[in-house]
Design a protein around this ligand. Structure first.
Ligand code: ATP
Length: 292
């Protein structure tokens, strides 16, 4: 039924929809006027997240758009949105729908009431004991394992995108990296901008693909393996309370990671168990890379 409609119908309500699954995609389309936008929670690289109301409290991520004429990128955004409806897991933020008609592009999810791992580890300097660390890490792997089983690569796993709510992990912001094409399409300069705290999550093959003048048509090689690498960094943060390669310049980090060098563990003030589990993280990444 779905494919019958989608094969014949690409322009509806004045909007162009990708052929594939056009009917089911429209089920997830929320008219922007239906949202009640409240106070801003924070602004990231690609837009601002607001507290809002849509059949209850929600988080609304409104994208800063500057490339509204790029139909290909818009289609890609809509197709990605349609994959989020497949996600039902207690460690993943609940995707409720999206506003998919320019100029207002937004994603509506459940509102996380807890704090991010970033806030716990880097701002509040909370120390988790080994038991709690393991439980948190296990929940992250369960959510990520589920995403991978559904064929979704997170592409931006980091402690800022992991909430802790009464001991439960909730992962946000998965699979949205292609939106960057819509957000930065008309930038005057395409010089590589490196947001603080981003580099240490990038796997060697991604580091090696970064260019001084990165264009958004240059796809970065994100994969399940690069997600596993990013998880390794979160695991390091959980165990050590800081990021790997702390205090080093972006150039030094890119050079070392690109060459396959790892953060030395010799001087780390941590037990042998902790060091062994960090090495296991590196091993998991290599296994994923080799099977990719
Ligand atoms: P980046 O753009 O580099 O990923 P970021 O994670 O800070 O940085 P956003 O994802 O745009 O940027 O988030 C902005 C703010 O909104 C952050 O403080 C984030 O913790 C908060 N936030 C995001 N999603 C939710 C949510 N579902 N519930 C509550 N707060 C959220």
């Amino acid at each position: 039924q779905d494919s019958q409609v989608s094969d014949t119908e690409t322009i509806t309500d004045g909007h162009r929809w990708p052929r594939q699954n056009s009917l089911s995609m429209r089920e997830w389309d929320i008219p922007f006027e239906e949202l009640r936008i409240g106070e801003s929670i924070g602004t990231g690289r690609f837009g601002t997240v607001y507290r809002g109301y849509w059949h209850g409290d929600v988080a609304i991520k409104v994208f800063k758009m500057d490339n509204l004429n790029d139909e290909k990128a818009l289609d890609q955004f809509r197709i990605e949105v349609s994959t989020f409806r497949k996600t039902r897991h207690e460690n993943l933020v609940l995707f409720m729908g999206a506003c998919m008609n320019p100029p207002q592009l937004a994603i509506v999810t459940s509102l996380s009431k807890g704090m991010t791992l970033y806030t716990h580890i880097h701002l509040r300097k909370d120390k988790f004991n080994m038991n709690k660390t393991t439980i948190v890490a296990q929940q992250i792997t369960q959510g990520m394992g589920y995403l991978h089983a559904k064929g979704i690569v997170h592409k931006d796993l980091k402690s800022k995108n992991i909430f802790l709510e009464n001991g439960k992990v909730v992962i946000t912001d998965f699979g949205l990296f292609s939106v960057t094409k819509l957000c930065f399409g008309n930038r005057k300069s395409n010089a590589l901008g490196i947001p603080a705290g981003w580099l240490c999550y990038l796997a060697p093959e991604i580091m090696r693909s970064l260019k001084a003048h990165q264009s958004h048509d240059d796809e970065l090689p994100f994969s399940e393996a690069s997600d596993v690498y990013a998880f390794g960094t979160v695991w390091y943060e959980l165990l050590c309370g800081e990021w790997p390669f702390k205090g080093q310049t972006p150039e030094a980090i890119i050079w070392q990671v690109g060459k396959g060098m790892k953060q030395p563990l010799a001087n780390l003030q941590a037990s042998r168990d902790v060091k062994v589990s960090l090495c296991c993280g590196v091993y998991m990444y290599s296994v994923n890379m080799n099977s990719a």
